[in-house]
Write a protein that binds this ligand. Structure first.
Ligand code: IPE
Ligand code: IPE
Ligand code: MG
Length: 250
């Protein structure tokens, strides 16, 4: 019989998720793509709740990429409305649960109304000490590296930083989520096995987990399956989903 006491130290500290497959999920039921996006919200709630109960320190969810503007205008509109709606309805719950919400990405392209919602949500939850929930919106890994380079270039230009002092650590300091633990597990749903310009710098050493499940079907069980896989990848062979569940707060 294996030791049933698993150390929480073995769990991932920062889990990133590419929430993919909403459109195909809807299409498989003869529904429009936006129906999939609407149903993806439930999976977002479940993922946040499960990660928090496991004691994960940060989750980063890819909600809208810098390339997603290329989608039909109507679909982009629905995604923006959904984003505003979710910020309005969910933030209070996150706050009640002591979670911190942050949005990463170039939010300057969003409407003033959406930018205000984002700022209010971040401000409301800024003092919370629980898990950090990052929503990547108009985010691109290349954008993130580029914006870090711009800040560094400005510091060099103003004489605050010498070129010879620029190191990988300098870069890391100016990337999104510099203050959070390294991403150690990336989950992508829907069977696609690519990064799609998500975090490029921060995923350098992450374990990459791909599941065929479409995002709206992604459940607590699926999240635990991914975490179990991660713990076993870290050479704790033979750990079971039950042991992971035992670490969850009730
Ligand atoms: C992911 O689902 C959600 C976003 C990118 C906003 P998709 O919309 O990419 O769904 P598929 O990949 O077309 O099925
Ligand atoms: C990645 O999914 C972006 C998000 C999940 C927000 P996409 O569906 O946009 O990626 P590609 O186009 O398949 O690479
Ligand atoms: Mg997709």
């Amino acid at each position: 019989m294996q030791n049933s006491q698993l150390s929480p130290d073995l769990l991932p500290q920062h889990v990133a998720v590419i929430m993919d497959g909403n459109g195909r999920w809807a299409k498989a039921q003869g529904k429009p793509r936006v129906f999939g996006h609407q149903n993806g919200v439930k999976a977002v709630r479940k993922t946040i709740a499960t990660a928090a109960r496991l004691g994960v320190r940060a989750v980063t969810l890819f909600a809208f990429s810098s390339e997603n503007w290329r989608r039909p205008e109507e679909e982009v509109g629905v995604l923006m409305d959904l984003f505003i709606y979710v910020l309005s309805t969910e933030v209070k719950k996150l706050h009640k649960n002591n979670l911190r919400l942050r949005v990463i990405g170039d939010i300057s392209r969003f409407t003033p109304k959406l930018q205000k919602k984002i700022a209010d949500a971040e401000c409301l939850t800024a003092g919370n000490s629980g898990m950090v929930v990052n929503i990547a919106a108009n985010y691109g890994g290349r954008w993130d590296i580029t914006q870090a380079v711009k800040v560094i270039a400005e510091q060099v230009h103003s004489g605050d930083l010498a070129v010879s002092d620029i190191t990988e650590t300098t870069m890391s300091q100016f990337m999104s989520m510099a203050d959070l633990p390294e991403v150690d597990l990336l989950i992508r749903t829907s069977g696609e096995c690519r990064i799609s310009n998500f975090m490029l710098w921060q995923l350098a050493y992450a374990e990459l987990y791909f599941t065929p499940v479409f995002w709206p079907d992604f459940s607590e069980e699926h999240f635990i399956e991914a975490v179990t896989w991660f713990v076993n990848r870290e050479r704790r062979f033979g750990c079971t989903g039950e042991q992971i569940k035992a670490l969850m707060e009730k």
